[in-house]
Ligand binder design. Structure first.
Ligand code: ARG
Length: 582
């Protein structure tokens, strides 16, 4: 159990001993550090229950706390707020417990399994700026959940069964009508080599989509093509497999750049295989209705405060909708993984879609009462003009070009003596850090403006600042090692600077738990900045290696090492790699 949680538990007992019954005491980080590191506001709550003066209760509590060696400077302010700080002795003890095992200051979640559905990549279409947040936030939440002891599976849930593929196939057919995939009389073996490259796919889709937008006949042909492969036409399936292979490896390559990883690489097509079973199950539950040739499920409920349209289960041409594959996918996941929760990350515009799918899943008992389905939306990325981020000429910004842009900008910040391949690798790491950190620092649902100049700054609240500072800790410890200076434990609190670092380290558990509960890693992103800044302040005020008192010097090095390891753990949660120099 974390230090703060332990203190809260002990405090609750002390307050109970005073004759006040309360279920929980909350020690919160003070926003008035001049009065104390922490604050307790429970006296006010008790005063209401016991019809007493809050000041009197607060003073009773303070008397109790004063005899506890872990606290110093306990005082009452205002209408019964209790301020307190932690004693030096206790801080030192806590630091050494963290050095022994950082889990001495992390509160694990109860054991459970969560499937996280993020990324949102669509086969045959380029990943673009709109896919960035799902990949970053989803990956960070997965890593955070793992850190807190939760078992997770990340599923890419590729968009691999819808109209975009039909569009790509149609455009390919227009350009190369003689390919055997389009010939229903073809009986030979289809070529092993793919008829498309990724470059060609990146050209086919935008071209087809533009045509379909203005030409209803073309659109109708695309619908037919889509229905044809969804009905497993032999030639089109052979083509589909080629498109999948080519596109998937390119999608993987870009997710690799972002340190975004999936345990499951399934897609809508996998869920689609469960659709017949799903439909007959739903029919057996009497949930399916006919409407204009389509099969639907009514979802309206009496106390709805907004309109919930029916779920379109089977379209009139016999194909399944995006909603159906998501419903079938719950069916599939329950069967294969029996998760306790499923988390979905897409931008806020898909809220109604998931509301419909979740409601249908619950109504039909495909999702039992114990299965928690959670939609985790996020805000958009805007350009400097405040409108959705585009390329200079107003086109769609691909994720690839966005990462290249960040890399190019960050390359300028790297030491001139780093050259060649190493320079390239480090520029990539710093660029990715710049993009990811900027993406994770705003609260999840907040929109933000993409400003690479700001994000790559070595001095601001940025990824490069965090990397630069962390590298400096590494090199300080390397110098100590070269000078054969030994360090293991923290021995003392010397001044306000090392004290401030320690208080920040105590707050580690709180930030992890808050981020987990809000499903927004902005708390973690903010916390690592605070911790790093407190270290940098300390670093600029104290000359660690020149310190004459060898005990103090080794204590400071041990503290440095603890901050370094904590930073590396947190950067890893954020999905950011740290180079050894930059
Ligand atoms: N491919 C979808 C899109 O681009 C996002 C998939 C999200 N996950 C899901 N299970 N629907 O909009």
């Amino acid at each position: 159990m974390s230090f703060i949680k332990t203190l809260e538990k002990d405090l609750k007992e002390s307050i109970n001993e005073l004759g006040y019954d309360l279920d929980k005491v909350t020690i919160s980080i003070s926003n008035r550090p001049d009065l104390g590191n922490y604050q307790i506001n429970d006296a006010m709550r008790l005063a209401k229950v016991y019809k007493k003066n809050p000041n009197e209760i607060a003073n009773n509590i303070v008397d109790k706390l004063n005899s506890d060696k872990r606290f110093v400077n306990v005082n009452v302010a205002g209408a019964g707020f209790i301020n307190l700080s932690l004693s030096d002795e206790y801080l030192v003890q806590c630091m050494n417990k963290m050095i022994e095992d950082v889990y001495n200051n992390i509160d694990c979640q109860r054991e459970k399994t969560i499937i996280l559905d993020y990324g949102g990549a669509n086969v045959a279409k380029a990943l673009h700026v709109g896919h960035l947040r799902s990949a970053n936030i989803g990956e960070a939440l997965k890593r955070l959940a793992n850190t807190l002891g939760v078992k997770t599976y990340a599923d890419a849930h590729l968009g691999d069964w819808g109209r975009p593929i039909g569009l790509v196939m149609l455009e390919l057919k227009k350009r190369k009508p003689n390919l055997p995939y389009f010939d229903s009389n073809f009986n030979g073996e289809y070529p092993k080599e793919s008829p498309v490259t990724n470059e060609l796919l990146m050209d086919l889709y935008p071209c087809a989509s533009a045509k379909a937008n203005i030409d209803e006949d073309y659109m109708e042909e695309a619908r037919e093509m889509t229905a044809k492969f969804q009905n497993h036409d032999k030639g089109l399936m052979a083509l589909w497999n080629h498109i999948m292979d080519v596109s998937k490896s390119d999608i993987k390559r870009i997710y690799d750049r972002l340190n975004t990883t999936f345990e499951i690489w399934n897609g809508e097509s996998d869920a689609a295989t469960y659709v017949p079973e799903l439909v007959s199950y739903l029919e057996s539950q009497n949930l399916v209705k006919f409407s204009e040739g389509a099969k639907i499920i009514e979802l309206k409920e009496e106390d709805d405060d907004h309109e919930i349209p029916p779920l379109l289960l089977v379209k009139s041409n016999g194909t399944a909708s995006y909603q159906t594959t998501d419903l079938a996918c719950i069916f599939e996941r329950v069967k294969n993984y029996n998760p306790d929760e499923i988390w979905y990350l897409t931008d806020a515009r898909q809220a109604l879609h998931f509301e419909q799918v979740f409601r249908a899943a619950k109504k039909s008992k495909i999702a039992s009462d114990n299965l928690k389905l959670e939609f985790i939306p996020f805000g958009t990325i805007n350009g400097l003009d405040g409108k959705p981020f585009k390329t200079r000429d107003g086109g769609v910004m691909t994720l690839e070009s966005l990462l290249d842009l960040a890399k190019e900008e960050c390359e300028k910040k790297i030491l001139p003596n780093i050259v060649g391949e190493e320079r390239d690798k480090i520029a990539e790491m710093v660029g990715v850090a710049a993009v990811k950190y900027a993406d994770l620092i705003p609260y999840r649902t907040t929109d933000y403006i993409f400003d690479i100049n700001k994000f790559s700054d070595l001095e601001g609240k940025t990824g490069p600042y965090l990397l630069y500072s962390t590298i400096r800790m590494k090199s300080l410890l390397n110098k100590a090692k070269d000078a054969q200076i030994d360090y293991q434990l923290v021995k003392t609190v010397k001044n306000e600077y090392d004290r401030d670092i320690m208080i920040n380290l105590i707050n580690l558990a709180t930030s992890l738990t808050k981020s987990y509960e809000s499903r927004s890693v902005n708390e973690v992103a903010d916390y690592i900045y605070k911790l790093t800044s407190s270290y940098n302040k300390f670093y600029s005020e104290n000359r660690v290696l020149d310190e004459k008192d060898s005990d103090l010097r080794s204590s400071w090095l041990a503290l440095t090492n603890l901050v370094l390891n904590t930073n590396l753990m947190l950067l890893n949660i954020l999905g950011i790699n740290c180079p050894n120099k930059m």
